[in-house]
Design a protein around this ligand. Structure first.
Ligand SMILES: [Cu+2]
Length: 250
């Protein structure tokens, strides 16, 4: 059965690769390589949302939308890369204080490699540039969209293994309207834990061409889904490569 699926995946990659070689420029130009993450709550934040990263020769578009976050406060957000390419579970709470702080999550999602700021630098140097992160509205919704250049040292393959993490939960201690409390951040001692504690997390997953809504359901079993995902990633890589080659010639 797996052999059949593998050969199906392979033949569709082969078919689309040949399309890519003949007339793939238009395809790649409109679509880019798209990754999507479903963001789920960490530290009982109650937050949720989604994020997309579209890699494209003309610029990499990143969107993040979360709801039920701490209202009217900035929310640091990053692409973490490395570790086990996954979101932590409560097992990550190494010091058993009841919170997964940013550092405790790193074995799972890796360190900050891209800071999803609203202006200026997007490298790891801006990881806690709180004044340049998006602020939630009065309802606790964060809407972010920016076209960025990947920082030096971060490749497209790195993004494919990236994990989106958004931070900040003001409701943990004391005044629920601000980041406060005695407990300090694992990143910087003069910041409260509330300002940097992970609130939502989601691993980026390659989407088939056409975006998140494309394709039908019915993929059953994680193993099969994995094979299909590998097929889609190869396919998109082939398309992007074809576009880059034709772009270089023009
Ligand atoms: Cu982060």
């Amino acid at each position: 059965m797996n052999t059949l699926i593998k050969s199906l995946a392979f033949s569709s990659v082969a078919a689309l690769s040949s399309i890519g070689l003949s007339g793939g420029a238009a395809l790649a130009e409109s679509a880019g390589t798209m990754y999507q993450a479903n963001l789920t709550a960490l530290n009982k934040s109650g937050d949720s949302g989604n994020s997309t990263v579209t890699l494209h020769v003309d610029g990499n578009k990143v969107t993040v939308r979360t709801t039920s976050t701490s209202p009217e406060l900035p929310h640091a957000q990053h692409i973490h890369i490395g570790g086990r390419n996954q979101c932590p579970t409560t097992n990550a709470d190494a010091n058993n204080d009841g919170f997964i702080d940013t550092k405790e999550g790193e074995p799972d999602y890796g360190p900050v490699e891209v800071s999803l700021t609203t202006t200026g630098d997007v490298s790891k140097d801006s990881a806690i540039a709180v004044d340049r992160f998006p602020t939630a509205n009065a309802d606790g919704t964060v809407t972010y969209e920016r076209v960025i250049t990947l920082p030096e040292g971060v490749s497209e393959d790195d993004v494919a293994n990236g994990v989106i993490v958004q931070h900040g939960i003001s409701e943990l201690f004391d005044d629920k309207a601000k980041y406060d409390g005695e407990k300090k951040s694992s990143l910087k001692e003069d910041l409260p834990l509330e300002a940097t504690v992970p609130a939502t997390c989601g691993k980026l997953v390659a989407m088939p061409t056409g975006g998140a809504g494309a394709g039908s359901g019915g993929v059953s079993g994680i193993e099969n889904a994995g094979i299909l995902a590998v097929g889609a990633a190869s396919l998109l890589a082939a398309g992007a490569f074809a576009y880059r080659r034709s772009g270089a010639r023009s």
